[in-house]
Design a binder for this molecule. Structure first.
Ligand SMILES: [Zn+2]
Length: 99
């Protein structure tokens, strides 16, 4: 998968790349999709995954925000997350429940 990077105004040593972020509410299957930009990791050859798999966005208290929810419950498993390439929509990363 080939990623196009762009300069990061806040950290000049860490470029950014666009990614499609999908979050699914497992309870009813509602899907939220947005185009966002994230830190690019040369070592990983794509978006840096720590933030999504172990960092802030591994937690339901952040994943629930696009659905207008604010329970601040630090649980895991209420939401599934997927990162897609912005042009090809190939799946780069996913966790949780997807078909
Ligand atoms: Zn949390």
């Amino acid at each position: 998968m080939k990623w196009t990077t762009k300069p990061n105004p806040r950290h000049k040593d860490t470029p950014l790349c666009d990614v499609i972020l999908q979050i699914k509410r497992n309870a009813d299957g509602t899907l939220n999709e947005q185009l966002t930009d994230v830190c690019y990791s040369p070592e990983e050859g794509g978006p840096s995954l720590f933030y999504w798999s172990e960092g802030n966005f591994s937690c339901d208290c952040n994943r629930e925000t696009p659905f207008g929810e604010d329970t601040e419950d630090c649980t895991y498993g209420r939401y599934s997350l997927r990162l897609l390439h912005p042009e090809t929509r190939e799946v780069y990363y996913q966790d949780g429940q997807w078909d």
